[in-house]
Design a protein around this ligand. Sequence first.
Ligand SMILES: [Cu+2]
Length: 159
Amino acid sequence: MIRNSSGRATRAAFAGALAAGLLVAAANAASADGSTGVVTKKKPATVVNVVVGDTEGLDGPMTMTVTPASAPAGKVKFAVENQGTIIHEVVVLKTKTAFDELPVTKDRVSEAKAVGEVAGVGKGKTKSKTLKLKPGSYVLLCNIAGHYGLGMRAAFTVT
Ligand SMILES: [Cu+2]
C-alpha cells in the first residue's frame, strides 16, 4: 500500500515537472516567434526600372531611361535592362552636379561619390541591385569608357 501510494506521488511529481518543462519550452518558442516575425517587418524597396540601350556600340548614341525618376528615401531596387548591343552598367552617384555636366577624364566620370552600382549587365540581360539611399540628388550613369559622353546618363532624385 505504502509503496503504491509513494509510487503514484513520484509519477505525479514527474508529470508535473514534465508539464512545467513543456510550458517553459512553449514560452521560449512564443518569444522567439515574436522577435523575428511581426516586429521586424520592413517597408519594401521601391522598384526603379532602368533601361539602357545602344544600336551600334561606341559608333552611335546611347540611351538611359529611368522610371520612375524619383523614390522615397530608403531601399531602392534598381532593375537594369540592357536593350543594347554591348555590355553596360549603372553607377549611382550622389551629386548636386547636373546629370549631363559631370567632368569627364579619359572618357570616364569620377566614381568618388558613387553609392553603389549594378555592374556588368550583358546584352539582352536584366540585373538588379537594392541600395539604401538618403534624400538628395543623384545621377545614374554607365561608366564604361565613352558611354557617359554618348548619352548613357540620367538624373534621379530621392525625397
Ligand atoms: Cu554603357
